[in-house]
Design a protein around this ligand. Structure first.
Ligand code: IMP
Ligand code: MG
Length: 188
């Protein structure tokens, strides 16, 4: 069996740097919600944000609930009319009086989170904010900015720390760039 780390061209962000940055984000989040008397619900977006969620929740010294959603955006006709496919929904449907913090692995076009935030607001959430480990702002096609962002990354395909290529490499303890020969010649 090959080691998956052999397929990585270079490490972009080490596990240690992620832990340190996550601690800073947690401090910002705690300060922002310190005076709130509403419930805070962290929504971890499966599967990519699992490792980041685990790191973040350990650092949050505040009372919060945690739930999971699995969503994907899909095209319906043209590129600009993407819609949201909810593959796993929240246990709790009524979000009245709840502050939501979506925990995501990476924002690319912004389509997925733009639809998701609208949907959660429609269910009555008091506020919906986004905390993402990675952001690729150069790829954005909708107007969406994360409230908390770990690192901006260039326009290249990254894996590890939860992020996958064809379901592989999620368990790498860092964010890295794949060797081009891994995906060249393969279909999406
Ligand atoms: P968006 O709707 O285009 O923002 O899609 C974001 C989703 O695309 C993320 O949650 C990832 O699942 C996936 N994605 C985008 N860029 C990458 C990448 O570089 N590596 C792995 N997954 C990615
Ligand atoms: Mg994802």
């Amino acid at each position: 069996m090959n080691h998956i780390s052999q397929d990585i061209e270079k490490i972009l962000i080490s596990g240690e740097a992620i832990t340190a940055r996550t601690k800073e984000l947690a401090e910002e989040i705690m300060a922002d919600y310190a005076d709130s008397d509403r419930r805070l619900l962290l929504i971890s977006i499966l599967k990519g944000s699992v490792m980041f969620t685990a790191e973040l929740m350990k650092q949050l010294d505040i009372d919060c609930d945690i739930d999971f959603m699995k969503v994907s955006s899909y095209g319906c006709g043209t590129k600009s009319t993407l819609a949201l496919n909810v593959l796993l929904d929240l246990k709790q449907q009524d979000l009245t009086n709840i502050d939501i913090l979506i925990v995501e692995d990476i924002i690319d076009s912004g389509n997925t989170l733009s639809h998701l935030t609208n949907m959660l607001r429609g269910r009555g959430a008091n506020s919906v904010k986004i905390c993402t480990l990675l952001d690729k702002p150069s790829r954005r096609i909708v107007d969406l900015k994360p409230d908390y962002c770990g690192f901006e990354v260039p326009d290249c395909f990254v894996v590890g720390y939860g992020l996958d290529y064809a379901e592989k490499y999620r368990n790498l303890p860092y964010v890295g760039v794949l060797k081009p020969e891994i995906y060249l010649g393969e279909q999406d």
